[in-house]
Design a protein around this ligand. Sequence first.
Ligand SMILES: Cc1cc2nc3c(=O)[nH]c(=O)nc-3n(C[C@H](O)[C@H](O)[C@H](O)COP(=O)(O)O)c2cc1C
Length: 495
Amino acid sequence: MTSPLHAALTAHRLRLLSAAGAIASIVSLTRLGSGPGACPAWLCCLLIGATYLIFCLSYWQRHQEKQRLLQATSITTGQPAADTVLIAYASQTGYAQQLAHQTAASLQQAGLAVALCTLNQLSAETLTQYGKILFVVSTTGEGDAPDQASLFCRRILPQHRDLSHLHYAVLALGDRHYTRYCAFGHQLRHWLAHQQAQALFDLVQVDNGDEAALRHWQHHLGHISGYSGLADWSTPAYGAWILHDRHLLNPGSLGQPVFHLCLMPPAGSSWQAGDIAEIGPGELPGSGVTSTAQDLPSREYSIASLPSDGGLELVVRQMRRPDGRLGTGSGWLTEQVQPGQAVALRVRSNPSFHTPLSPGPLLMIGNGTGIAGLRAHLKARAAAGLADHWLVFGERQRAHDYFFQMEVEEWLRQGTLSRLDLCFSRDQAQRRYVQHALQEQAAEVKRWAERGATILVCGSLHGMAAGVHAALLSILGETLLDTLMQTGRYRRDVY
Ligand SMILES: Cc1cc2nc3c(=O)[nH]c(=O)nc-3n(C[C@H](O)[C@H](O)[C@H](O)COP(=O)(O)O)c2cc1C
């Protein structure tokens, strides 16, 4: 049997061969004929045929590699092989999940057996079954655990158990701008140490995707696997996305201005509803474009459109500091960069806010710029001819802050939306938010959940997300809400 390493090398060689074949085929075609120096037709056909075959073979090899990784994406119910390394992750916006998969791919490349799961899928039994677990976790909110660890925090973290058999490592993702830097990673490491688990090496902290810290983690993976030739993880480069259009969505609003931006993607770009656009901090190589956000970490925005719309659309609220100066990232996007200029951007897949494009009820809840992520989902579902969607959206005043009103009402008219609840908080004496609409419609929310609805929440973490969670908890109860979370039917993109 070929080893994974051997397979990867072969796939790489096949790709080189098929590229060489394509070049030879093009050269032979330009010389097709019967004169001196000409290439006979049979040779052209042979070259094209052979190139096609090699291309198919390399495609098949890559497919096989992906399949092998997919097989490792869930923990098996039976007793795992003694030397299987479990990679347990908890991600809020997809980065920890991506790094967990890269960790798995590296270990597989070195010939190790791996399994992957979220922290919420880890049971007390699993912790005793595996001898080696690598944790890849982010921190969200104000030092909180991501949703993918909420059940683990409630059920496992309060327990005391003997984990002296367990060797572990923690990759903690965070951002130094937050007071409680990498807090959940530290909490987890602390708990593991108290259960007598043995650290393979010190906790590795990654400040905002810091490449040096990631190389340090990869260095440790090399040690664990006993293989020094692991391929370096290449971070996808920022591309030059051209600002095509920008307009104000909320003239006259009591709140900060909110802009709708459309950026034209570089060739070959792709994304899906739920994904995130990372705006680069620095200069675009070779473009002469320097953002004023140069010294700051990258900024993240939920994508509001689909590739079939032609452009990548964002909904950005312009932020001001207490001294009146514009926020660096939002100021750059909403005022400084001009249409026709390039923005350094890359797309990050955010599987925890994806949802299958299959029939079934969907309850979408969001406020403010949170309409962005929900809009991409609604667009995808409308394009697929799906119905049975309920949107609960909140902002300040109907007259100024009803983002995408025409589109939303068209979805309602066409039947893409079967229900719409709007909560404009300042349109009446008593403040009314999306969580109040859910409480008022409690029986209906419960009916939707019981008939299989997925709940998507997008928007502000403070106020909205916590309020919506409390409302759902009181309407559905802890058991049902836990089930929804565990089965991917309660998904959030909150910031
Ligand atoms: C809403 C929000 C809150 C965050 N809170 C913290 C925090 O309290 N401490 C910290 O170190 N990092 C914090 N971060 C930074 C994330 O941990 C960091 O961006 C990480 O790479 C995200 O990984 P994920 O995509 O897997 O969730 C926060 C990020 C967001 C978007």
